[in-house]
Design a protein around this ligand. Structure first.
Ligand code: IPM
Ligand code: MG
Length: 366
């Protein structure tokens, strides 16, 4: 069963596009996928006063994989609010033990002009961030105290050896399947958590992945090099908050944040598949809700990751990815990308173009 969590803003629109693609994959490849839908984020606050109702957690625990749209929006963005949509997202990642967040970034020739960078700077950029997702400062103790002359806010950042070991193993295995190079990002010149991070990463790589070439990089340097020499990156592993910030920066290289998928994965089971939440990396985009302008590609590529990582369906995942690539090359794209030739398409048109190409892929591969 695939759990659908459409969430807020354009979440329901892109989630519907993803479901359509999964249904077509099922039909063309002879599978049967069942879907159940739950509430999360602002939509759940409105319905039941809780961004992550127990019924949603329970449904996701029963599911083989979760497809999520987006959470949040100005309606719930009240600084003094006790409940926030983002708590739903952080909570479900934690409840399912999804500690490894994969965020691939690629620059495609057909849409290089959509990026603010020079095209020759971007050609060939293709890397993956592996962000630790259930530890660090986002999950540490939070406190707000009154002082005589104001207030004091505290957010605790902590990491354990085990949390670092398991994320570096995911990243090292990925590096092995790609260029064999791994960059680990930290702030070891200042932070104790980063010094532990660096020691553990060094040990795990030298004991278990001696064939992987490891480079440590400070987070400020990484922020600079990502835009200065983006082609020099292949697999990057980092802690939660650094990964959150750097992946938004990296998204700019791809031309539109609307193109980028993500997978949040837990520990693998015996046959190599993992439970996961799959979601586009963009947010709820309240400014374009209901206009049909949302780019469905980030979600559709997330569906390909779902097929690959949670269902072990590599052929099906590739069929979806090839259909997306062909559609991007064809050039009828949502307004975030249609800057070069003016052929603007709606969410539904881009989805339909991808769906019809998945059919063509099947006849080629079967
Ligand atoms: C992301 C988002 C979330 C995060 C927020 C919405 C909690 O920014 O997925 O990158 O920080 O993880
Ligand atoms: Mg983020």
């Amino acid at each position: 069963m695939i759990a659908l969590l459409p969430g807020d803003g354009i979440g329901p629109e892109v989630c519907a596009a993803g479901r359509t693609v999964l249904e077509v994959v099922a039909e063309r490849f002879g599978h049967r996928f069942e879907f159940e839908e739950g509430v999360i984020g602002g939509a759940a606050i409105d319905q039941v006063g809780n961004p992550l109702p127990d019924s949603t957690v329970e449904m996701c625990q029963r599911a083989d994989a979760v497809l999520l749209g987006a959470v949040g929006g100005p309606k719930w963005d009240i600084p003094t609010a006790k409940v926030r949509p983002e708590q739903g997202l952080l909570g479900i990642r934690r409840a399912l033990g999804l500690f490894a967040n994969l965020r691939p970034v690629r620059c495609r020739p057909a849409v290089l002009a959509a990026s603010p960078f020079k095209p020759e700077h971007l050609a060939g950029v293709d890397f993956v961030f592996v962000r630790e997702l259930t530890g660090g400062i986002y999950f540490g103790e939070k406190r707000l105290e009154a002082l005589d002359n104001g207030e004091r806010a505290t957010d605790v950042c902590s990491y354990t050896t085990i949390e670092i070991e398991r994320i570096v193993r995911v990243a090292a295995a990925l590096a092995r399947s790609r260029s064999g190079r791994l960059i680990s990002v930290d702030k070891a010149n200042v932070l104790e958590t980063s010094r532990l991070w660096r020691r553990v990463v060094t040990r795990v790589i030298s004991d278990e992945y001696p064939d992987v070439e490891l480079q440590h990089m400070l987070v400020d340097t990484c922020a600079m090099k990502l835009v200065q020499t983006p082609r020099s990156f292949d697999v990057v592993v980092t802690e939660n908050m650094f990964g959150d910030i750097l992946t938004d920066e990296a998204a700019v290289l791809a031309g539109s944040i609307g193109l980028l998928p993500s997978a949040s994965l837990g520990a693998g089971d015996a046959n190599g598949t993992r439970r996961g939440i799959y979601e586009p990396i963009h947010g709820s985009a309240p400014d374009i809700v209901g206009t049909g302008r949302a780019n469905p590609i980030g979600t559709i590529l997330s569906c390909a990751m779902l097929l690959r990582h949670s269902f072990g369906m590599e052929t099906e995942a590739r069929a979806v990815e090839s259909a997306v690539e062909a559609t991007i090359e064809d050039g009828a794209l949502t307004p975030d990308l249609a800057v070069t030739n003016g052929r603007v398409a709606l969410t539904s048109e881009v989805t339909a173009a991808i769906v019809s190409r998945i059919g063509a892929e099947v006849s080629v591969t079967s």
